[in-house]
Design a protein around this ligand. Sequence first.
Ligand code: ADP
Ligand code: MG
Length: 335
Amino acid sequence: MEPELGDNLVALNMIRDLEVVDGRASLTLMLTTPACPYIDELVEQIRGAVLTVEGVSSVDVMVASNIPANPQLYGKNGLLIKNLIAISSGKGGVGKSTVAVNIAVTLAASGASVGLLDADITGPNLPLLMGLEGKRPITGMNKLQPLESYGVRVISMGFLMDPDRAVIWRGPMIHGAVRQLFTDVNWGELDYLIVDLPPGTGDAQLTMAQTVPVSGAIIVTQPMQLAVGDALRGVAMFREVNVPLLGIVENMSGEFFGEGGGAKLAEQQNIPFLGAVPLDSKVRVGGDAGQPIVIADPDSPAAVALRAIAGMVAIRLSKMALDQEGDDIPITVIE
Ligand SMILES: Nc1ncnc2c1ncn2[C@@H]1O[C@H](COP(=O)(O)OP(=O)(O)O)[C@@H](O)[C@H]1O
Ligand SMILES: [Mg+2]
């Protein structure tokens, strides 16, 4: 059984190239995302099931993946992006950029092609968090070439601005800038584009919702009531513009800020709760040094939580894309 898609692997067409030669079975498990959190579990179940078949003495399971594309997004505006994830928060400083960066790096490490777009035009953080500060992207054929770090293609207004000069942006300029970061960048083919939005519910958020079909939004909140109230406004905004909510992440969970506010909000709003990331100074130290925690200290509780969140996000997106395609094509092959 595929726990998220709620059907068996054969019915979902996820078992391929099945062969039995002299009692030795071999097959490929075709996943909907390489970041699937249940790979080991599924392989074990397959082994168990195949070995009960009479005459089979051994089984070889290969694992591959084919990420379904959001049909409303793929090919739109000339962009070959299969899934677009917006990361948002009600207020600043809750760890939105940190969550965006660690999800991006985790998905890329699983083998997916991943882009990271810094839509925080007036306060771009991604150059620092991705270890790309001071770098400049090259332009070619009228398009900007993203910079690459930890296997992720990154674009940020921070690459184009003088860090010592404050730039005053008015609404229409922000609108134009965000649009260009999507359409005037040579993203190539992407399984996932992760967009780090500025905090709140302003121009950049609306531009994005109007420019590209967002597959889903994640709302990051701190545990305490003050932050949760702001997060609720974010939930309302995405509902208004018909962007599906992938779920809520509680960040900086623990003794200092408390815990449980994110899960409670998720329950009240009937949105999935994606997980809680503990408050841990190593997250900040790694961020300041351009090393996301999933790289700097992969076994730390914060890194473990962030990886689990990335897996949940990937699997939920697959499910949403498959649901939109209709039921006769369980897996699209876009090569
Ligand atoms: N779980 C955490 N534990 C400790 N520090 C964190 C955690 N998450 C984020 N931080 C730190 O908090 C600050 C704000 O995080 P950031 O991701 O920039 O927030 P936002 O993008 O929401 O403004 C950064 O210095 C970051 O390193
Ligand atoms: Mg930020």
